[in-house]
Design a protein around this ligand. Structure first.
Ligand SMILES: Nc1ncnc2c1ncn2[C@@H]1O[C@H](COP(=O)(O)OP(=O)(O)O)[C@@H](O)[C@H]1O
Ligand SMILES: [Mg+2]
Length: 439
């Protein structure tokens, strides 16, 4: 009937060898393991080596007596949970009360009935087991609770991250929708401007010719009729005809220059907002870059805070590149606009943007560099994050570079990266496979 745990034992502490023998035999009869100690001091030492499941403790002993031994065991956090039963001939109430108030769980007086001792020991061992099991269970529960809390925290964080990602995707979609509508609007305007501008440009040359002809006629009249009627003479003088004839061709020349410029802008607008997005088309990337520069022209001019931004083009030999030209021009636009923003902010004495292109194997490389002082380290890691901006509300959306990266990497299988040096400037490098078969 040994249902006690293997390593479990009861410690009997008594200075009488006879008492020890009797108790050991009684408890041994039900399969309990026994260890003995003959005084308080050796009991304390024994407990230090290994914890008993229960202690039967005599009170009257030489040296450290039972009460003192009990107090010491209860004062030590390692031993305070061991159940202690006093077994003594001291049967008066005062001693019983003292023993129990010291933390003992039971008090048995001698002479005792074997059956009674066994019954009490069994009950206390069972209680001890139950308490231990409960403690272990509650520990497990605590651990599970803790785990649950951690999982909840993780879940909350994931939800937050997802929500943020979703929001930024939505903002990006709205932004892209706006851009594509703007692109359509611009393309429409550019198209509508096309015919009237072509008409003006093509009519200026004949107009100049006609005016030259009319001038000749007037000169002929003056030669052959040096004395016209008074009214005509008067009118010629009022008109300052000499000046008009000299000024008219100049006027027409400057009109031609301006209308050529309008034509350039219109071509650039159309080029820039190309919306052939169903399949890739082979285009000259330099045209896209040039068109973007024309559209940004007004932002490059000198203003009260800084001189004009010099554009240095170092174009290499690039083949036609299979791409979506509209979105790609948006990328050029975003990067160039960022460079101009950075120049506005740091106002370098000789602001400059360099655009360099080259072909490396099957990859077209476009580098757009500025001399606006670079990007601080803390900002560098985040420039491609959606919604990250260092610009005031209303000026920056923080979407330019994240959309640019998406266009270059996801739509074109290329790469977009930044190299920056604090105090000097920043380079954005776009690498694009020249042919769709490389993507
Ligand atoms: N050429 C540059 N020089 C310095 N900082 C830059 C440059 N280009 C981008 N940045 C930094 O990257 C941030 C994110 O750029 P972007 O995604 O285009 O958003 P936005 O221009 O709306 O702020 C900018 O706010 C700026 O701090
Ligand atoms: Mg931007």
């Amino acid at each position: 009937m040994n249902h006690y745990q293997d390593e479990e034992f009861v410690l009997i502490v008594d200075d009488s060898r006879t008492n020890l023998a009797i108790l050991a035999q009684t408890l041994g009869s039900i399969g309990l393991k026994i260890r003995v100690a003959v005084d308080g001091q050796s009991a304390l030492e024994a407990v230090e080596c290994e914890l008993p499941a229960l202690i039967l403790l005599d009170v009257e002993m030489p040296g450290i007596n039972g009460f003192e031994t009990c107090s010491r065991l209860k004062a030590n956090s390692a031993t305070q949970h061991i159940p202690i039963i006093f077994m003594t001939a001291l049967s008066d109430t005062a001693n019983k009360v003292k023993g129990l108030s010291l933390g003992a769980i039971d008090y048995i007086t001698r002479p005792f009935e074997q059956e009674e001792v066994l019954a009490r020991v069994r009950v206390h061992l069972q209680l001890h087991h139950l308490t231990k099991t409960l403690e272990e269970k509650s520990k497990v529960l605590q651990q599970q609770n803790h785990l649950l809390e951690q999982l909840t925290d993780q879940l909350e964080q994931r939800v937050e991250e997802r929500t943020a990602a979703l929001q930024s995707t939505q903002v990006q979609m709205v932004q892209q929708e706006k851009l594509s509508m703007l692109g359509q609007l611009v393309a429409g305007i550019a198209h509508e401007m096309n015919n009237p501008i072509a008409c003006i440009v093509s009519n200026i040359t004949p107009a100049k010719q006609y005016i030259a002809d009319l001038g000749k006629i007037i000169q002929l009249y003056q030669q052959h009729y040096p004395q016209p009627a008074l009214a005509i003479r008067q009118a010629l003088e009022d008109l300052e005809i000499e000046f008009v004839l000299e000024d008219l061709p100049k006027l027409l020349d400057s009109m031609r220059l301006s209308s050529d410029r309008i034509k350039d802008i219109s071509v650039s607008l159309r080029n820039f907002s190309r919306s052939d997005s169903i399949s890739k088309v082979a285009v000259n990337l330099h045209d896209g870059l040039n068109s973007t520069l024309v559209i940004l022209g007004h932002r490059l001019k000198a203003n009260s805070d800084r001189p004009a931004v010099t554009i240095v083009k170092a174009y290499g030999e690039l083949p036609q590149v299979e791409c979506y030209p509209g979105p790609l021009n948006q990328v050029f636009m975003n990067i160039l606009a960022n460079a101009i923003d950075a120049i506005e902010e740091t106002a370098p004495p000789a602001p400059q943007i360099q655009i360099q292109t080259e072909l490396v194997e099957n990859t077209a490389i476009i580098r757009i560099s500025d001399n606006a002082g670079g990007i601080p380290e803390a900002v560098q890691a985040r420039v491609f994050d959606p919604l990250f901006t260092t610009k005031p509300v209303g000026k920056g959306t923080g979407l330019g570079l994240s959309i640019a990266r998406q266009i270059v990497q996801d739509q074109h299988g290329g790469t977009l990266r930044v190299v920056t040096e604090i105090g000097s400037g920043t380079v954005f490098e776009i690498a694009l496979p020249t042919s769709a078969i490389f993507t």
